[in-house]
Design a protein around this ligand. Structure first.
Ligand SMILES: [Fe+2]
Length: 206
């Protein structure tokens, strides 16, 4: 344990949103952003800081906490809050007010090689997201040299499976219920058509 005054301070901060809280409207409303970012995401960060204080995880970076607690029954609460903190920061960056459209060429080529077409990739993401039972996430991830669509339950992510996440879509009800109620597919189709940040995903290839 480091003997530094800062080690007892809250080590993890809620990152600022990469855009204004009304920038994703009407696909994702300002009201949803207020709860999702301001309450849920912030809550995970606050809980994480409380849970790790004074533990072996207090000085680790977020990714180290996630991989160090994954699958360990004694550390489930720390894992859940660390992974949800990471997942949400990654989700906000996976969206862009000017998103949708066609991916940068380097990613587009890889998508065509792995799925046949962009439409097939989007369809696979939508299917994974709609068939994820209960809370979870749909991801585009790099597994070795191949792109894959992956769905995870609750807080889990491809990081715990040795894969590199490229983008994610939150399919917890808190992500869409205020705007779409139980119509998860409508939320997904709108996000995939209008908000998905292919440039961010392409940047994560390297
Ligand atoms: Fe969420």
């Amino acid at each position: 344990m480091k003997d530094e005054k800062t080690s007892s301070a809250s080590p993890h901060a809620l990152p600022p949103l990469p855009y204004a809280d009304n920038a994703l409207s009407p696909v994702i409303s300002t009201n949803t952003m207020g709860f999702h970012y301001g309450k849920h995401h912030k809550g995970y960060v606050d809980n994480l800081n409380k849970l790790i204080a004074g533990t072996e995880f207090a000085d680790l970076p977020l990714e180290g906490i996630i991989t160090g607690t994954a699958g360990k029954a004694d550390n489930t609460a720390i894992f859940n809050n660390a992974a949800q903190t990471w997942n949400h920061t990654f989700y906000w960056r996976s969206l862009d007010p000017k998103g949708g459209g066609t991916p940068p060429e380097v990613l587009h080529q890889k998508i065509k090689a792995s799925f046949g077409s962009l439409e097939a990739c989007k369809q696979e993401l939508a299917t994974a997201a709609t068939t994820q039972f209960g809370s979870g996430w749909a991801w585009l991830a790099l597994d070795g040299d191949k792109l894959k669509v992956v769905k995870t339950s609750n807080a889990d992510s491809p990081l715990t499976k040795g894969m590199k996440p490229l983008l994610t879509i939150d399919v917890w009800e808190h992500a869409y219920y205020l705007d779409y109620q139980n119509r998860r597919a409508d939320y997904l189709n709108a996000v995939l058509d209008k908000l998905v940040n292919w440039a961010f995903a392409a940047g994560n290839l390297t």
